[in-house]
Design a protein around this ligand. Structure first.
Ligand SMILES: [Cu+2]
Length: 224
C-alpha cells in the first residue's frame, strides 16, 4: 500500500495556536507603536507655561494625505494577512485527512455515544490511537449540543436532523477532556467525558477485544 500516512497533516490545533500568537504579536506591536508615538508627542509638544498657545506648523496637503493613507495601508496589509491565515485555518478544520479513524457520535441529554466502524460502542470515553487523525460524524437525538475538545482546539455543534463533523489530530498519549459547549438542559454542566489517547498497538488490542465481545453477544442472541 502506498504510504499516504506520511503526507503532512495540517493540524488545526497547531494552526490555531499559531494564529493566536500572530494576533497577539500584531496587537502587541500596534500597541507599542501607538504608545511610543503618543508618549513622544506628549512630551515634545507639552505646554511649557500656563499661557502658552499652540503654534503647530500647518501640514502640507501631501503630508496630511500621507499621514492618513500610509497607516491605512499598513494596517490593511496586516489585517489582510491575518484574514488570509484565518481562512487557511478554517480550511484545515474542514478538510479531513484521508487516512483517518472515522467514528459516529450521537449526542443525547446528557451523554456522548460513540460508535466505531467495527460496531463497538462506548459512552463518554472515546479511545483513540496516537498519531492518526480522528473524525467524528455527529448528530443528536434530542436537542442541540456542542462537542468541545479544548486541548485539540475543536468544537462543533451536534444537532437533531443533521450530520455535522469535526476532526482532531491526537499525537501524545494521555487523557483529554471532552465537554458540551451548548446549554442543553438541567444536566448540561455534567455532560462531559474524555478522549483517551493510547499507543496504536494498545488501541488495536482493545479494539479487537471489544469487537469480539460485540460478535459474541450477537451470536449468543437467538436470531441476532
Ligand atoms: Cu449537551
Amino acid at each position: 500500500m502506498p504510504s499516504v500516512a506520511t503526507a503532512a497533516i495540517n493540524d488545526p490545533a497547531a494552526g490555531w495556536d499559531r494564529l493566536w500568537r500572530d494576533y497577539l504579536l500584531d496587537v502587541g506591536v500596534i500597541f507599542a507603536v501607538f504608545a511610543l508615538v503618543g508618549l513622544v508627542f506628549m512630551l515634545r509638544y507639552r505646554r511649557r507655561s500656563t499661557d502658552e498657545e499652540g503654534d503647530g506648523p500647518p501640514l502640507s496637503k501631501m503630508a496630511a494625505v500621507g499621514w492618513v493613507v500610509i497607516p491605512v495601508f499598513v494596517f490593511m496589509a496586516d489585517d489582510l494577512f491575518l484574514a488570509a491565515r484565518s481562512w487557511q485555518l478554517w480550511n484545515w478544520y474542514r478538510e479531513v485527512p484521508a487516512d483517518r479513524l472515522e467514528i459516529k457520535l450521537e449526542s443525547a441529554m446528557w451523554r456522548w455515544d460513540f460508535t466505531y466502524p467495527n460496531g463497538v460502542q462506548v459512552t463518554n470515553e472515546l479511545r483513540v490511537p496516537a498519531g492518526r487523525p480522528v473524525m467524528l460524524r455527529m448528530t443528536a437525538i434530542d436537542v442541540v449540543h456542542s462537542f468541545y475538545l479544548p486541548d485539540f482546539r475543536v468544537k462543533e455543534d451536534s444537532m437533531p436532523g443533521r450530520v455535522t463533523y469535526l476532526w482532531f489530530y491526537p499525537q501524545k498519549t494521555g487523557e483529554y477532556i471532552a465537554t458540551c459547549a451548548e446549554y442543553c438542559g438541567m444536566m448540561h454542566s455534567k455532560m462531559f467525558g474524555k478522549v483517551v489517547v493510547v499507543p496504536p498497538a494498545e488501541f488495536a488490542a482493545w479494539y479487537d477485544a471489544e469487537a469480539k465481545k460485540v460478535a459474541d453477544a450477537k451470536s449468543a442472541t437467538p436470531g441476532g
